[in-house]
Design a protein around this ligand. Structure first.
Ligand code: 5AD
Ligand code: SF4
Length: 445
């Protein structure tokens, strides 16, 4: 009886917070622990190990981690062998403080150290606590075992760059993820080919500042544009995306690629944060509202139908009514297909943390107005898709018989009835209706 129990796979529950880079890291952590006999479960109740892959970008995100950990108290009391770990940017930023604040945590692993998870897990099994928030000398991805050969969902993330050297005054990323590091070209290409062999048709290249990519390639350092062109030649790969970008790193080749590179999708996430030059300066953004608008113009000249997405912070210290109106004016000029917007959140250790805060009620009111404007633009662009032909990569079956759900080139969710298609197929679809969160399309036969 007990032998059978020993050979049962151990179960791993991972909860991912924050950005897409964390989604990618969670996959790689699950694979690393797969080598130790773990299989993933989607319920914490039957897990032998719970890992929270955390985000430190805003205060609320970090606090969520502690309240989530508190909820596992009962579970741990019932199952003393259950191990609880904290990974990601809160782990990096707070390290041992996490174990002090929440003694039920057995393991703390930073985003640069998770190739060591198998040894750390073994250490926790001897009853010790394990902590590692080092930055290794070598690229951690090279230290991870190669990826298992299982079939994959058709759209995948691939991290090509980590860290940030920009030091925006509000942002913890340069401290939690460290300086900019790019993975070598050959490693990226071989991981991409491997993903394609396992059924992937679309790859989103990830980096905290992905368009600052400068990886070692066959003849020196390669830019993101060069990397995209090399991926364009990978047979079986049909779609390429990248995120997230900084306006100052949109070089001419990358702009031109949006017009010329067949597999590069017409969608660009290009955060500006604010439309006020005074605030941009205080944010240490090193671009102006005007230079951002001219950049958008050049990108649209290369690819007129491109869908632009962005990030905004309202209530940054010393933002006055006029500064906020400047942001609203910039939004009106760009016309965003999608945007993420946040109230400024003080992050200890960042330069902006020293400055006087905007009244919270004022910041909330600004956020409300900004989000209403973005929602209107997003809706307008979505509605304008009706009558147009797009390509859709099917990602899953829909709720109704024969229905499939996928993403258009512009990243809109599209439902197609009687699609006669399988997951991973790409079809030409005519958009016939625009719903609250998705489009409806018909197959062009
Ligand atoms: N407060 C609010 N929003 C922030 N972001 C980054 N740091 C902060 C902060 N301290 C937002 C930025 C960034 C996105 C990932 O998160 O808009 O582009
Ligand atoms: Fe943070 Fe600015 Fe770097 Fe983006 S560019 S990760 S907002 S410091």
């Amino acid at each position: 009886m007990s032998e059978a129990k020993n050979s049962d796979p151990k179960k791993l529950f991972i909860k991912t917070y924050g950005c897409q880079m964390n989604v990618y890291d969670s996959e790689r952590m699950a694979e690393a622990l797969g080598g130790k006999g773990y299989v993933e479960t989607d319920s914490p109740d039957d897990a032998d190990m719970i890992l929270l892959n955390t985000c430190h970008i805003r205060e609320k995100a970090a606090e969520k981690v502690y309240s989530e950990l508190g909820r596992f108290k009962g579970l741990k009391a019932e199952k003393p062998d259950l191990k609880i770990g904290v990974a990601g940017c809160v782990a990096q930023a707070e390290g041992e403080e996490i174990m002090r604040r929440q003694p039920l945590v057995d393991l703390v692993v930073g985003p640069q150290a998770y190739h060591r998870l198998p040894e750390m897990e073994a250490k926790t099994r001897t009853g010790e606590k394990a902590l590692d928030t080092d930055f290794p000398e070598e690229d951690k991805f090279a230290l991870l075992k190669s990826r298992p050969k299982a079939r994959r969902a058709p759209a995948a993330f691939l991290t090509v760059q980590e860290g940030c050297d920009k030091f925006c005054a509000f942002c913890v990323v340069p401290y939690t993820r460290g300086a900019e590091v790019s993975r070598p070209v050959e490693r990226v290409l071989s991981e991409a080919r491997d993903l394609v062999e396992r059924g992937v048709r679309e790859i989103t290249l990830l980096g905290q500042n992905v368009n600052a990519y400068h990886g070692q390639g066959p003849n020196g350092t390669w830019s993101l544009a060069q990397l995209i062109w090399a991926l364009n030649d990978v047979d079986g790969l049909e779609r390429i995306r990248f995120t997230t970008s900084h306006p100052n790193d949109m070089d001419d080749d990358l702009i031109a690629a949006h017009g010329e590179c067949e597999k590069l999708m017409p969608y660009l996430h290009l955060p500006v944060q604010s439309g006020s030059d005074k605030i941009l300066k205080r944010m240490n953004r090193s671009h102006t509202a005007e230079s951002y608008l001219r950049l958008i113009e050049r990108i649209r000249a290369a690819r007129p139908d491109i869908l632009i997405s962005g990030d905004f912070i309202v209530g940054f210290p010393e933002e006055d009514d006029q500064d906020f109106e400047d942001t609203m004016a910039l939004i009106r000029e760009v016309n965003y297909g999608q945007a993420f917007s946040f109230k400024y959140s003080t992050r200890p250790g960042t330069p902006a943390a020293e400055r006087a805060l905007v009244d919270d009620a004022v910041a909330s009111e600004r956020l409300y107005r900004l989000q209403a404007l973005i929602a209107e633009q997003q809706r307008g662009i979505q509605d304008s898709m009706v009558g147009r032909d797009v390509s859709v990569l099917f990602e899953k079956a829909g709720r109704f018989e024969g229905q499939m759900v996928g993403k258009s080139d512009y990243l809109h969710a599209v439902h197609v009835a009687d699609a006669g298609a399988e997951v991973g197929d790409i079809a030409r679809v005519r958009i016939v209706e625009s719903g609250p969160n998705s489009l409806k399309g018909e197959l062009i036969r």
